[in-house]
Design a protein around this ligand. Structure first.
Ligand code: DGL
Length: 271
């Protein structure tokens, strides 16, 4: 048994990198649904169907705990997965809550009533489906009061990253930041609400300027997962086995792109 990490494509490797660094003895199985990426332009029921199929594939690999390292899947499908679909002996976690806990200065799993927090103007950059779901605002409202969130649906950005077109990706980031600033001129914090975006974190930071705190989701998810596994040792499974990478896409192309992103050789096998 290992911990499953799921993403629609390559973006979840930013989360994989952070969790691997934080928990070097833990085994992980990474599954990228590259064949069906991007998810960010699909409707919620389609995202639910694709995500649950991939979670079942990770169960076949022996992963009783699966982390949806994909904001779109977490935003559009996780609530329904947790409430109606996942069996009692399995767990599926998402990437939104750790981020919001950090933004609102809460410790992991603190379910006390919503409080006033220091940060009042938050810019959210995410895929069109994540923005449409309003899941970020919903989870934030459970934990904080008086926070104004302005979202920017970053159309085209995931495709540019998946295609390795970093010149287009750079231009898109700058134009999406400009568009956000027209709606909210002085955000105090920015959330990169898509696992692909940390690959362009420096460009976001440059375009946003030094006064905006950019929250790095990958490290927060790693810290939260490590804490979760301490509290749920039955989910740890086999340790120190080799990590496995699976894709629904073309393993040769996906391995080459992943190697480029992680800056070390990564070999994907077919799903
Ligand atoms: N990487 C995913 C996310 O975090 C989705 C990208 C996509 O497939 O559109 O939202």
């Amino acid at each position: 048994m290992a911990v499953g990490i799921f993403d629609s494509g390559l973006g979840g490797l930013t989360v994989f990198s952070a969790v691997e660094k934080k928990m070097p003895d833990q085994s992980f199985v990474y599954l990228g649904d590259n064949l069906n990426a991007p998810y960010g332009v699909r409707d919620a029921s389609n995202v639910f169907d694709l995500t649950t199929k991939c979670i079942e594939r990770l169960w076949d690999e022996g992963c009783d705990l699966v982390v949806l390292a994909c904001n779109t899947a977490s935003a559009a499908a996780l609530k329904k997965i947790q409430e109606e679909w996942v069996p009692k002996n399995k767990r599926v976690l998402g990437v939104f809550v750790p981020l919001i806990e950090s933004l609102t200065n809460r410790s992991w799993g603190d379910n006390s009533p919503p409080k006033e927090v220091k940060i009042q103007n938050v810019a959210l950059f995410a895929t069109p489906s994540t923005v449409a779901s309003r899941a970020f605002q919903r989870e934030l409202a459970y934990r904080a009061i008086g926070v104004d969130v302005e979202s920017q649906a970053c159309g085209g950005l995931v495709d540019a990253i998946e295609d390795g077109d970093l010149i287009l990706a750079d231009a898109l980031v700058r134009s999406h930041v400009e568009a956000l600033k027209r709606k909210m001129p002085n955000p105090q914090a920015a959330i990169l609400g898509c696992t692909h975006y940390p690959l362009l974190e420096n460009i976001f930071k440059e375009a946003l300027g030094p006064s905006v705190e950019v929250f790095s989701q990958a490290n927060l998810v790693a810290a939260s997962l490590s804490d979760y596994l301490l509290r749920h040792p039955e989910m740890v499974g086999e340790i120190k086995a080799k990590n496995v990478f699976i894709t629904t896409g073309d393993p040769v192309i996906v391995s080459a792109r992943a190697t480029q992103f992680l800056k070390r050789p990564v070999k994907f096998k077919p799903a």
